[in-house]
Every structure is written in structure tokens, then in C-alpha cells.
Design a protein around this ligand. Structure first.
Ligand code: IVH
Length: 669
């Protein structure tokens, strides 16, 4: 062991911790990803050469170890309480009055914080090093999910001594906070799951909670979870006397603390904060469901005490429900674009946060069973952002509740309904079912697809009903006169729509591929296919082997693509789209320069520091291509821990293999 290696290791770890903090906690990086990666790479190299210097709190050790068998149960140092809810200014005033009465004070200061919609977590640090992460569980006992918590990059694995001084350098302290998934991370995850034919998560909170329950930390690491801390105890006590100071101190110690908080000197000031955030919350890139109000004077906390479940010194103010209860009047099957029959609940109309809701999706038969919902039941529904309202749970069963059964015949065309083995969904088998046509037109015109603004539900109904449109390509031969003749269409809107349709011809190839509505081909896969093949014709002619070369394309997706292009009707539509002048070629030429130009890579196993996405990005930025399976055309197979059969294939074909360090050398070279 050399002294200089030890010094360099210490220095690198400090640097990396600092840059992790800048990037993941402050969202304000000081160096490029590439420079950061170089530091990590150098540290790894040194740690490999000096294994005796490797410590679990090294930034290279976030994702480690084998998948857990189960999570050990751990008793909390003090119960993890939940919060009482208030729903109106009056209820909040009532809380304030109770606090002032109990405290015997005229005026009490409050801290307003965002109520983050995730799962709560307790982190224990021993000698400045993260020792344990435990879920809330039943409040008394939670599950030890330390190896998962370590993968959250905004969680410091160690706090240096200097920063510990501010809280008196205790041997042990505990912080608590909320683990969340941002909306972009959530959408990305769901898109991947959809493409893989896996069930999607209903909302970011479920996705975060589901991820934390994963036994394999490598999967958790890919989920991009985040955390905000809002509670600190040292030797079982809340230090510093004031909650606002605790939050500032947590932040100074390097923890991620939500910046949207306010110390309010009066009740009116608190109300201002609450009202300010009601409209603004939509602009956050994570979900909140209200504001948490906490008494600032922490010495009062003990005096006020707790009820069985929640503290008397804090309360949640919930924003006017995005949830409401109402009655299920009927359940019927709605036919979607792919012929899937989705059960939809018809509801007694109810106001949900300012929007009248009269339908909610029930997703599929498994979901109906899980909820145990019957026609006539009173249910809790919820609406979030732009997604279709959902049924959350049954509030009251109807004594004469009627069970919903999936129809044997399609409710729209009378065609047979089938459920394939191993699939959750029921499908109408009639490819010419008008419902399928309508839905596929709406999908084609959708914002994420060809983005034809103004082509809505009612219009599509008329276009299909009048026989003006038989497939998506027919949209391009609609005339101004035909459109102006339709109900609720003036001259001006007809003109606008013609222009919108014309404009959509310029949409990029990736959008067109997505718009075609091939099963399992979502936005991201559409982009990957466009990047890989560069033209629709090449994609249409691709063999299974060629399709499997595309990153993220597995056998199911490949089969769906082949099936789509085997279908004569689809080929006819594509021919019409070509005539209409749509973009069949990728406009942007693929990178022909860069160190790795023309080189084909395959990734297998888990790399020590890079996620798959990150490694792919690095290779692509250098002009290389990453494909899904090894062939004679593959130049390099990058091998991580627990490689799959791709490594065997590489050996048998004599393809060169690289580990992460060698890949980085190649990139630097
Ligand atoms: S304080 C005793 N602060 O809401 C203190 N909780 O409905 C209780 N939550 O279990 C926690 N944001 O998981 C607190 N800024 C915040 C919060 C927050 C979200 C969660 C937390 C808690 C639940 C209670």
C-alpha cells in the first residue's frame, strides 16, 4: 500500500462527494458528466489496485452486494408518526387555536413545507457514516432497506466531521424524510415497462414505494429515486430549538432539504404560503398533495405531545381533493386502439378539484378483482394531471352490487372477444372494428405522435361515421370542403385543421414510427428504432435478428414489429402515407464522426459505476452504436458483473470484450 495512493483516494472521494452534492442535492453541477466520470474511474482504478483501502462509504460503493432474500425488520428508535389532515382554512384555524391553547401562548410561529407524495424513510448515521435506512412500516417497526437507500444519489453515504460539528459531533444521529420519484423518472419508467409489456405504476408514489421493495439494489439504482429530509434527532432529541433551524442545518450538513419552505410569523402568513402553492404545485417536477404545517418552536413539541398516531405540533393541509367519492352507475368495456377491452366505470358526476368527472378507468379485470368493485358501489376516485381518473378503492359496498363480466362479443362491432394465454387483457379480434379505427386515429394524431391539434374525439367519430376516413393515411386526403361540412366545424376551424394535418407531414421519423401504433413500441422505442434504422423502409424490412440488435428491443417487441409489417393492410396504409409525403427518412444524419464512429457495442452485466443508459450515452456521444445482441458485426462487448449469455456469445464469435475501465480508456484514447 502506498501512502500517495491513499492520499489520492481520500482526495478523489472528497471531490466526488462534493460533485455528487452539487449535482444531486443542489441540481447545480460545477463540472461536466464526463469530467465527473473521469474522477470516478480514477478512484475505481486505485481502489482495485489497493483493495485494502476500499470502504463501504466510498462513492464507488453505492450499488453493491447481491439481491436480498428479504428485508430484516427493525424497530424504530421512536415511532414514525403520521399527520392529521385538514381540508379547509377553518380546520386549520382550529388546529392553530388548539396549539395556542395547549401552549398557553398568544402567538405561535409555524413552518410551512411541501407535503411530498412519497414514502417516509428513517436514516441512521453512525460516526458520520450511513448505517441504516428503514421504511416507516407500521410506525413502530419498519424494514431495513439500507442497500436500496444507498443507491439514491442525493443520500450522502458519509457526512464529514466538520459538518457534524454543527450538531455537536454526535456518534449517532437520525434523519427522516420522504423518498420520491420525480415525474420525468416516473414517466420514463412507465414507458420502459409499457414497452416491455409489464404493468405500469399508477402514480409516482406507488412507483417509489414499489421500487423500495425491490430486493435487487441494481434495479433500484436505475429507478432514479430522490429524497428530501425534514426531521433530525440527536440522542433521541430534536436539537437547535427551532424547526426552521433544523431544516437549515440539515441543508448545511449536505442533506437535500426542500427549498420551498417558509417560516411564517403569523397565521395569515401561513395562509399566504398555502395559497401560493396551490396553483404553483403543478409546475414542480414531483407531486405534492398539500402543505405540512409545523410549530417552529421545537421546545413546544414535547409539551404538546402526540396522540396515538400523530403529533399535536404538526398537521397536513390537503389541497382541495384531486380525490372524491361517488357512485358507480355502470361498468362497461371500452374498445381501444389495439382492440383491448378496458373496463370503464360510469360515475355519478362529481367535482374533483374543479373538474367534473363522470368516468374512471378500471384498467383490467385483475384490477377490478383487486379493488373488489361492483356496480352500485360507492368508490373513491382520483384525478392527477392529464391522466384519466382512476378508482382508488371501494368506500361502501352496495347491498345489491352487480358484478361486471367481460362481454363475450365486442360491444362496438359484435366481433369475438379473446383473452390470450398469460395476458391480462381481453381483445376484440376484428381488425376492422370501428372502435379500433377511432382510437388508432386519435393515437396517430396525439400530441406525442403526429401532433395534429384539433383532431379530437367528436371529430373522429364523424369522420369514421361518415366513411370519410378508413385509416390514418386518409387524413391526408381530407379537403377543406369535407371538413367544413362537419358538425361544429366552421370555415376557420376547417382551415386550421387542414393546416395542422399538412404540418404533421414534417414530423420526424421517430414520431411516425410511434404513431403507427405498433404494439409495445412507445415513444422511446420509436426513437431508438428511428436512430438505428434511419428509415421506415429499413425498419419494415428488418429481420428478427436485426431488430434484436436495437437497444431495448427484446423478442416480444421484435415479434410485434414483424407482425405489424407482415400485415397487408398496414403495408397499404404505409404506401398511402408515403404518397402523402410524410418523413420516411431520419432527417438528422447519424453521427459519422467521433472516436467510436462506426463501432458497434453490446452491453452485458452491471457495470461498477455506470448505468446502462449512461454507458449507452457515452458510447453514442462518441459516435458508436449500442445494440441489443452480439453478432459477427459487433466490435466490442462491454462486460460488467453477472454478465448474461451475451458474454458466452462474444467468446464463441471471438468478439473483443472490455470492462468499464477499458471502455473509458477507449473513449479517452
Ligand atoms: S413530517 C411526525 N413533513 O406525510 C412528523 N411529513 O401523512 C411526520 N410527508 O408520514 C412527518 N412531506 O411520509 C412531514 N414535509 C413533510 C412531509 C411529510 C410528506 C409524509 C410523511 C408522513 C406523511 C403523513
Amino acid at each position: 500500500m502506498s501512502k500517495s495512493a491513499e492520499r489520492e483516494i481520500t482526495k478523489l472521494r472528497d471531490q466526488i462527494r462534493h460533485h455528487e452534492y452539487r449535482y444531486y442535492v443542489l441540481n447545480d453541477p460545477e463540472i461536466s458528466d464526463y469530467e465527473f466520470d473521469q474522477l470516478v474511474h480514477r478512484l475505481q482504478e486505485l481502489e482495485r489496485a489497493n483493495p485494502e483501502l476500499l470502504t463501504p462509504d466510498s462513492p464507488t460503493q453505492r450499488v453493491g452486494g447481491q439481491p436480498a432474500e428479504e428485508f430484516p425488520k427493525v424497530r424504530h428508535s421512536a415511532p414514525m408518526l403520521s399527520l392529521d389532515n385538514t381540508y379547509s382554512v377553518d380546520e386549520l384555524r382550529e388546529f392553530d387555536r388548539r396549539v395556542r391553547d395547549l401552549a398557553g401562548r398568544e402567538k405561535v410561529e409555524y413552518v410551512g413545507e411541501l407535503k411530498l407524495d412519497g414514502l417516509s424513510m428513517a436514516l441512521t448515521y453512525e460516526n458520520g457514516v450511513l448505517a441504516r435506512g428503514v421504511t416507516r412500516g407500521d410506525g413502530t417497526t419498519g424494514e431495513d432497506v439500507t442497500s436500496n437507500v444507498r443507491t439514491i444519489r442525493s443520500v450522502p453515504l458519509r457526512i464529514d466531521a466538520k459538518k457534524l460539528e454543527v450538531i455537536g459531533s454526535p456518534r449517532v444521529f437520525e434523519v427522516r424524510g420522504e423518498v420520491i420519484m420525480t415525474r420525468p423518472a416516473f414517466e420514463n419508467l412507465n414507458a420502459q415497462r409499457e414497452a416491455a409489456g409489464e404493468p405500469k405504476f399508477a402514480n409516482p408514489r406507488n412507483a417509489a414505494a414499489g421500487s423500495m421493495r425491490q430486493l435487487d439494489p441494481r434495479i433500484v439504482a436505475e429507478r432514479r429515486l430522490d429524497i428530501f429530509l425534514y426531521y433530525l434527532t440527536v440522542n433521541g432529541r430534536v436539537p437547535l430549538g427551532e424547526h426552521a433551524k433544523v431544516l437549515d442545518t440539515l441543508s448545511k450538513m449536505g442533506f437535500k432539504v426542500n427549498p420551498h419552505r417558509r417560516l411564517c410569523r403569523s397565521f395569515d402568513g401561513l395562509m399566504e404560503f398555502i395559497q401560493e402553492w396551490e396553483p404553483k404545485r403543478e409546475s414542480l417536477d414531483y407531486e405534492i398533495d398539500g402543505i405540512v404545517v409545523k410549530v417552529n418552536d421545537a421546545r413546544l413539541w414535547e409539551e404538546l405531545g402526540t396522540t396515538a398516531k400523530s403529533p399535536r405540533w404538526a398537521v397536513a393541509f390537503k389541497y382541495p381533493a384531486t380525490q372524491a367519492t361517488t357512485k358507480v352507475v355502470d361498468i362497461r368495456a371500452q374498445v381501444g386502439r389495439t382492440g383491448t377491452l378496458t373496463p370503464v366505470a360510469d360515475l355519478e358526476p362529481v367535482d374533483v378539484g374543479g373538474v367534473t368527472v363522470s368516468h374512471a378507468t378500471l384498467h383490467n379485470m385483475d384490477e377490478i378483482e383487486r379493488l373488489g368493485v361492483k356496480i352500485g358501489d360507492t368508490v373513491l376516485i382520483q384525478r392527477a394531471g392529464e391522466v384519466i381518473p382512476q378508482v382508488v378503492k371501494v368506500m361502501k359496498q352496495a347491498p345489491d352490487g352487480r358484478e361486471f363480466r367481460m362481454p363475450k362479443k365486442c360491444p362496438v362491432c359484435g366481433g369475438d372477444v379473446h383473452r390470450s394465454e398469460g395476458e391480462v387483457a381481453y381483445r376484440c379480434v376484428n381488425a376492422a372494428c370501428p372502435a379500433r379505427l377511432k382510437e388508432s386515429l386519435l393515437y396517430f394524431a396525439g400530441r406525442r405522435a403526429m401532433n395534429i391539434d384539433g383532431l379530437g374525439d367528436k371529430l373522429v367519430d364523424q369522420l369514421v361515421g361518415k366513411g370519410l376516413v378508413h385509416d390514418a393515411a386518409d387524413l391526408y386526403s381530407l379537403t377543406h370542403e369535407q371538413l367544413a361540412d362537419l358538425e361544429r366545424m366552421g370555415d376557420k376551424s376547417a382551415q386550421n385543421l387542414v393546416e395542422e394535418i399538412e404540418n404533421s407531414k414534417k414530423a420526424e421519423l421517430a414520431r411516425l414510427i410511434f404513431a403507427l401504433g405498433i404494439r409495445f413500441v412507445g415513444e422511446r422505442t420509436g426513437q431508438l428504432l428511428a436512430d438505428h434504422f434511419g428509415s421506415l423502409d429499413k425498419l419494415a424490412k428488418a429481420t428478427e435478428e436485426e431488430l434484436l440488435q436495437v437497444e431495448e428491443v427484446g423478442p416480444r417487441v421484435a415479434e410485434a414489429i414483424l407482425e405489424f409489417f407482415r400485415e397487408k393492410r398496414n403495408l397499404a396504409v404505409i404506401a398511402k402515407l408515403r404518397k402523402a409525403g410524410l418523413q420516411f427518412e431520419q432527417k438528422k444524419a447519424r453521427k459519422a464522426e467521433g472516436k467510436l464512429a462506426g463501432k458497434q457495442f453490446v452491453l452485458t452485466g452491471t457495470l461498477p459505476t455506470y448505468s446502462r443508459d449512461e454507458a449507452t450515452r457515452l458510447i453514442e456521444e462518441a459516435g458508436g452504436r449500442v445494440v441489443g445482441s452480439v453478432s459477427k458485426k459487433t466490435d466490442y462487448v462491454v462486460v460488467g458483473a453477472d454478465p448474461g449469455s451475451k458474454l458466452d456469445k462474444a467468446h464463441s464469435l471471438g468478439v473483443k470484450t472490455l470492462d468499464e475501465a477499458e471502455l473509458l480508456e477507449l473513449l479517452a484514447g
